[in-house]
Design a binder for this molecule. Sequence first.
Ligand code: HEM
Ligand code: HEM
Length: 147
Amino acid sequence: MSSLTDLGPFSLVHPLLQTTAFFVGLTAVYVIMQTLHSRKPNLFSLDTDKGVKTHMTLGVIYVSVLLFGFLIGPVAMALAGITPFRTLHSYVGIAIAGLVVAGGSLGLHLSRGAEHVRFIHMTIQLTSLTLLALQAAIGIIFLLAQQ
Ligand code: HEM
Ligand code: HEM
C-alpha cells in the first residue's frame, strides 16, 4: 500500500476529527466572548459562572479531540505505507499540538485565579485556531494530491 485512498473511509477519520475540533474551538471563543464582553443578554442565557464552565468544557473537548486526531494522522500515513512526519502538514501539526497543550494548561491555571496568564492564554489559543484553519487548507491539498 502506498496511497491514502487504499485505506478507504479510515483516511477521513483524522480530517473529520480535526474539522470538528475547529468548530468546537470557535464555539469556545464565542461562549467566553458572550459571557465576558457582551452587554446584551447572551444567546444561551448563561450567567458568568455557567459561561466560564461551558467555555472550559468546550476548551477541554477542543484540546482532547485535537490531540487524539494528531495521533490518528501519522497512524493512517504509516498504515498507507507512507513514512510519517516528513510533510509541512506534520510540522504545522506539531506546532498546533504544542500550542494547545500550553494554552490548555494556562487556561486551567487561569481558572485557579492566575490573572496574569489571561492574555497569553487567549493569544496562544487564538493562534492555535488560526493555524488550524491554515492546516485544514494544507491537509485538503494533501488529501487531493494522494488521489
Ligand atoms: C481540518 C483540518 C485537517 C485536515 C483536513 C487534515 C488532513 C490530513 C490528511 C488528509 C492527512 C493524511 C492522513 C489521513 O488522511 O488520515 C493528514 C495527516 C496528518 N495530520 Fe492532518 N489534517 C487536519 C488537521 C490537522 C491538525 C490540527 C493536526 C495536528 C494537531 C494534524 C496533524 C497531522 C499529522 C501529524 C499527519 C501525518 C502527516 C505526516 O506524517 O506527514 N492535522 N492530515
Ligand atoms: C483546556 C481548555 C481551556 C481552559 C481550561 C480555559 C479556561 C479559561 C478561563 C478560566 C478563562 C477566564 C474566564 C474568566 O474570566 O473567569 C478563559 C478565557 C478565555 N479563553 Fe479559555 N480555556 C480553554 C480553552 C480555550 C480555547 C480552546 C480557546 C480558543 C480557541 C480559549 C480562548 C479564551 C479566550 C478568548 C478567553 C477570554 C479572555 C478575555 O477576554 O479575558 N480558551 N479560558
